[in-house]
Design a protein around this ligand. Structure first.
Ligand code: PMP
Length: 457
């Protein structure tokens, strides 16, 4: 290694506090370190010159792919003209106004306004406050509890960490557990009763939700929070009929639906929003990631007409809403969003997510569907997962200590393809940029098969 590379490695070890990285191992120099220096299309390039096909699109956020000069140019032009002004007290820029309009034009019906943030976590925090604010304006101070799902992921903030249904995000932080409740994940493959049909399993999910609402008291439940397809919890599309069954329960008890579309928004499922795909009618939608394809940090809370009318009434009666971020609607990020959404349209990426995504999943199914240690191949649009099992017939899972998923992901990386070992269970996750070609999908498929064979025999 050059002196410079040695220096950077040492500085990284000594000064950089990385997210989701074992601190002690990193400080001792025991974790893999990789400096990424470039990217184009679905590939990234590291400082040694190695190219890898990024089959997880960063953290399922680089929807248009790497190296899009249109977005970089739009950001540079905005930074030259005006790098920053705030959005308080009615201030706007052309980019923030244009982007608001573009989002509402693309959003499901009955959506009205966008409140901008910077991350999926802060947009969910905004939505939590909007849900509580809404019920306070309506004079329902008891209606405040929120139900999310085990295996749901909604962020790492104080409340959003609680909303997340993965134990590792709760442990050791003393996060407030109330007023958050968790109900079943719609994870048919991991159902505890293998005799249940998909329809019976769906009915049971809806029944358990209703039981929880009745036990707690419907007048205390404000909202149900969910990703259209479970993401970080394992890339799990819901079983057939799940969303209509759940929505019927929510309507019955006047409970808001918040769709966390941080992953599924902007084309990932082969429709502009996941809500469109499943016929969901959310009251609030959380967006981030694909909004700018991660060229700049930007998120949003999309507010329905129903909620907006109440907010307007509340502001008139109760005074201004005390909620604001310095960087809300940051012009450089908004410019990135405008250029990104144009590219998604111009390149036909929503359609490509549907067609090439289906090709990728079918290819994974054909290559791995009969492997004795592949229990499930699933996905939707340009999202796919391969779940490994120790025994296919009894559906016995591996001991987590064996780290089967991470080992296969490492074997894939050695072969030039990045998949994500999902944090709970031996699940390989795939969420490539939406511009993936069938030839690139073939590479993902063959590398996955080779890495599984090399690791498991
Ligand atoms: N919601 C969902 C569905 C997510 O997948 C994520 C991030 N993976 C978040 C919220 C949080 O977003 P961020 O990391 O930008 O805070």
């Amino acid at each position: 290694m050059t002196d410079r590379a040695n220096d950077l490695t040492a500085w990284d070890r000594d000064h950089f506090f990385h997210p989701s990285t074992p601190a002690g191992q990193h400080a001792r120099g025991d974790t893999p370190r990789r400096q990424i220096v470039g990217g184009d299309g679905v590939h990234i390039i590291d400082s040694t010159g190695k190219r890898s096909l990024d089959a997880f699109g960063g953290l399922y956020c680089v929807n248009v792919g790497y190296g899009r000069t249109e977005i970089a140019d739009a950001m540079a032009a905005q930074a030259h003209a005006l790098a920053y002004y705030h959005a308080y007290a009615g201030h706007s820029t052309e980019a923030s106004i244009t982007l608001s309009r573009m989002i509402i034009e693309r959003a499901p019906a009955n959506m009205s306004r966008v409140y901008f943030g910077l991350s999926g976590s802060d947009a969910n925090e905004t939505n939590i406050k909007l849900v509580w604010y809404y019920n306070n304006i309506l004079g329902r101070p008891e209606k405040k509890k929120i139900i999310s799902r085990w295996r749901g992921y909604h962020g790492s903030g104080v409340m959003t960490g609680s909303l997340t249904g993965l134990q590792v995000f709760h442990d050791h932080f003393d996060l407030p557990r109330a007023p958050i409740l968790h109900t079943d994940a719609p994870y048919y493959f991991r159902r505890d009763d293998l005799d249940l049909t998909e329809a019976q399993f769906t009915a049971r999910c809806a029944q358990r939700l209703e039981d929880m609402i009745l036990t707690e008291g419907p007048d205390t439940i404000a909202a149900f929070w969910a990703e259209p397809v479970l993401g970080t919890g394992g890339i799990v599309p819901p079983p057939a009929g799940y969303w209509p069954a759940i929505q019927a329960v929510l309507v019955k008890y006047d409970i808001l639906l918040v769709a966390d579309e941080v992953v599924t928004g902007f084309g990932r499922l082969g429709t502009m929003f996941g809500s469109d795909h499943y016929g969901m009618t959310p009251d609030l939608i959380t967006i981030a990631k694909g909004l700018t394809s991660a060229y700049a940090p930007l998120s949003g809370s999309i507010v329905s007409d129903k909620i907006w009318q109440v907010i307007v009434d509340g502001a008139d009666r109760m005074g201004p809403m005390g909620h604001g971020w310095t960087y809300s609607a940051h012009p450089v990020c908004a410019a990135a969003g405008v250029a990104n959404l144009k590219l998604i349209d111009d390149l036909g990426l929503v359609e490509n997510a549907r067609t090439t995504g289906a090709y990728l999943r079918q290819g994974l199914q054909d290559a791995l569907g009969t492997h004795p240690n592949v229990g499930d191949v699933r996905g939707e649009g340009m999202l796919a997962a391969v779940e490994l099992v120790a025994d296919r017939d009894s559906r016995r899972f591996y001991d987590p200590a064996q780290k089967i998923g991470p080992r296969i992901a490492t074997a894939m990386l050695e072969r030039g393809v990045i998949a994500r070992a999902m944090p709970q269970g031996d699940i390989l996750g795939f969420a490539p940029p939406l511009c993936l070609t069938p030839a690139e999908a073939d590479t993902i498929i063959s590398v996955t098969r080779d890495a599984i064979t090399a690791t498991l025999g």
